[in-house]
Design a protein around this ligand. Structure first.
Ligand code: ARG
Length: 445
């Protein structure tokens, strides 16, 4: 029982929140004259002393004391005597743990948001530098159309922007105080829940005590936002892994985020990126774990809910590392512009531009233009040359309406420059996106 019951090995991470919530609670008990002001002061000072010990020496792990709440109360009693027993008036560990955990998730959301902002700044900075660097754009990982590296990086800026909005959304819902809901039904003492809510920075007290002690939506909101964010980081990591492989050679990863091989001296492995990709699996697993833990629980608290904390702590640790790793990778990688351009010039990436030219200049319906272009690609392929290496005569043999102006449309530069529709890949559009993003991030103040 001791072993299965104890949560102190992991919930000791909540000690700061536990002390803060207890201090808010005892101040309220004193103000409401539920306990004497002198006792309230003595308990509050005692809690400060316990906090100072935790800060200096860590939280002692006595499994008989089960959790952080009992550990703190027991140490408080050792320090100040039986008056410590008055702290637990008009509360229960059920509202206590729900309060502590909300506070913890709230601060982790603030940290994630700060980390994601730095990642966005790195993306925007590199995108601005590489607004006109041409690379192949892919669909199905097959060369599709030339794009700019800045455009590609700004795609991730958008994903992270949505992630931050999901975390902000989670934050706005979580900020209600369970404190004072007691075991499940509220309390007969004349407590002031508005006061404790305000003291802990909550927007308001939670409205239903049964709900508040058994609600873990806030942890799930966090985990699901974390899962989606980790998925974006994993996709970005995957891009770097592919780009850094020798056949691609688009990027040289920072040495600080790579490792060598123990037997192959030439190797430089993208371990940090691979771990970001791997961590996403674990973070998604954490979200799944808590959903499954919660799905069958009747109201109100059940001990299953003690298992809420490990997945949240695990996900938070992994996500923090993943964000830091990807920020470093974006900020400090060296992109190989020549190699990217070379790749963009292979694979008939400007075939769509030929079709578009036929539509624009020869008034040919797009479907027919697509067919004509297919013939040109086939011919170029059979000769092993690029589209713009076909002669005018060869192109005119495929369709007589083609004239010499077409060559201007077949370069990768002309191709990206032409895609200047809103949100498109043209350098001028990318610069516009970057400028908007820098403004949103307050980078040019
Ligand atoms: N250690 C418990 C948890 O983390 C605290 C709440 C215990 N409540 C109870 N009624 N046993 O969930």
């Amino acid at each position: 029982m001791r072993e299965i019951n104890a949560s102190i090995p992991f919930d000791k991470a909540l000690w700061r929140e536990d002390i803060a919530a207890s201090k808010a609670h005892v101040a309220m008990l004193g103000a409401q004259q539920i306990i004497s002001s002198a006792d309230a002061t003595q308990i509050s000072d005692g809690l400060d002393a316990v906090a100072a010990e935790y800060e200096a020496n860590g939280v002692p792990e006595d499994w008989d004391l089960e959790d952080i709440h009992m550990t703190t109360e027991s140490r408080l009693a050792e320090l100040i005597g039986p008056v410590a027993g008055r702290l637990h008036t008009a509360r229960s560990r059920n509202d206590q743990v729900a309060t502590d955990f909300r506070l913890w998730v709230r601060s982790t959301v603030a940290q994630v948001d700060a980390g994601l902002e730095q990642l966005q700044q790195a993306l925007v900075t590199r995108a601005g530098e590489h607004a006109a660097i041409i690379m192949p754009g892919f669909t199905h990982l097959q060369t599709a159309q030339p794009v700019t590296l800045g455009h590609h990086l700004m795609a991730y800026y958008e994903m992270i922007r949505r992630d931050r909005s999901r975390f902000a959304d989670a934050r706005s819902r979580l900020n209600e105080s369970p404190l004072g809901c007691a075991a499940l039904a509220g309390t007969g003492f004349p407590i002031d829940r508005d006061a404790t809510a305000a003291a802990l920075g909550f927007d308001r007290p939670a409205a239903n005590s049964l709900d508040a002690v058994s609600d873990r939506d806030f942890a799930l909101d966090y985990l699901m936002a974390a899962a989606q964010c980790s998925l974006h980081l994993s996709r970005l990591a995957e891009e770097f892994i592919i780009w850094a492989s020798q056949p691609f050679g688009f990027v040289r990863l920072p040495d600080t985020l790579s490792t060598g091989s123990s037997i192959m001296p030439q190797k430089k492995n993208p371990d940090a990126a691979e771990l970001v990709r791997g961590h996403a699996g674990r973070i998604i697993g954490c979200a799944t774990a808590l959903m499954v833990t919660m799905k069958g629980l009747p109201l109100a608290y059940s001990k299953d809910m003690q298992d809420d904390k490990p997945p949240v702590f695990e996900a938070a640790g992994l996500l923090g590392l993943s964000i830091a790793a990807m920020t470093g990778m974006v900020a400090d990688s060296t992109f190989n512009a020549a190699r990217m351009r070379q790749a963009a010039e292979l694979g008939y990436a400007t075939a769509t531009d030929l079709a578009d030219w036929l539509v624009r200049e020869a008034d040919i319906p797009f479907r027919e233009a697509h067919h004509i272009t297919g013939g040109a690609v086939k011919l170029a392929e059979s000769r092993g040359v690029a589209l713009d290496a076909l002669s005018l005569e060869e192109l005119q043999a495929i369709d007589a309406r083609i004239d010499a102006r077409v060559f201007a449309a077949l370069s990768v530069d002309a191709s990206v420059a032409s895609r200047a529709s809103y949100g498109g890949t043209a350098p001028e559009q990318v610069r516009h996106q970057v400028a908007q993003a820098r403004k949103a991030l307050g980078m040019d103040l």
